[in-house]
Write a protein that binds this ligand. Structure first.
Ligand SMILES: C[S@@+](CC[C@H](N)C(=O)[O-])C[C@H]1O[C@@H](n2cnc3c(N)ncnc32)[C@H](O)[C@@H]1O
Length: 186
């Protein structure tokens, strides 16, 4: 009975665009890096990440980009990243809330970039703990209109935030899809 109710709810949410079978998928870091590189158009030179953490993504895709911006809120993780990437001039490390700092990164360039939006605390993601709406508003208001944006961990987002993200994308002529548990805006 409970299973049937869950199925019906999923069908209703799918009808209004808030559920997708790919939403619940969890993939490895390596598969995530492959997703980033698959969505990189050949002419794109810039990679922007929110949520640096240990630099796992940068270490996997960094060679494919000429310039990298990454933003970390946590003091200790930021300091560690500064040590790890010391001397690597193509990497700019920004410290603070990506809802604010992302604007500073975007002021540095006027060409299309690939974005990996991954700034959130562990666990469920909701309006109180994610900068995603501010991040998307910043990217969509940039002078360049053909960025590619990947948002990790689709399965962790609450429905209200997903609905807002999709609405924002639609208002700004970006198409939204979910592939392997990752939101893609392009
Ligand atoms: C899932 S980890 C990022 C993993 C990394 N992007 C990767 O792929 O290797 C999330 C990171 O986001 C950071 N974070 C959380 N809220 C943030 C915010 N508002 N601004 C910037 N970073 C944030 C956390 O400290 C944590 O290091």
């Amino acid at each position: 009975m409970f299973h049937k109710i869950k199925l019906i709810i999923k069908k209703i949410l799918a009808c209004i665009g808030l559920y997708h079978p790919s939403l619940g998928i969890k993939i490895s870091s390596k598969a995530k890096a492959t997703m980033v590189l698959t969505h990189k158009r050949p002419e794109v030179r810039i990679f922007v990440e929110t949520g640096t953490e240990y630099g796992t993504m940068i270490d996997m895709v960094g060679n494919s980009f000429e310039k990298i911006y990454t933003i970390e809120l946590n003091d200790e993780l930021y300091q560690k990243a500064c040590e790890h990437y010391r001397g690597q001039e193509k990497i700019t490390l920004l410290h603070g809330d990506s809802g604010i700092e992302l604007r500073k990164a975007l002021q540095q360039f006027s060409e299309p970039a690939v974005f990996w939006l991954d700034a959130h605390p562990p666990g469920d993601i909701n309006a109180d703990n994610t900068p995603i709406i501010k991040e998307l508003e910043t990217i969509f208001s940039h002078s360049v209109k053909n960025h590619v944006i990947l948002v990790d961990d689709a399965r962790k987002f609450d429905i209200a935030t997903i609905a807002k993200m999709k609405h924002l994308a639609k208002m700004n002529d970006y198409r939204c899809s979910i592939q392997n548990g990752i939101f893609i805006f392009e």
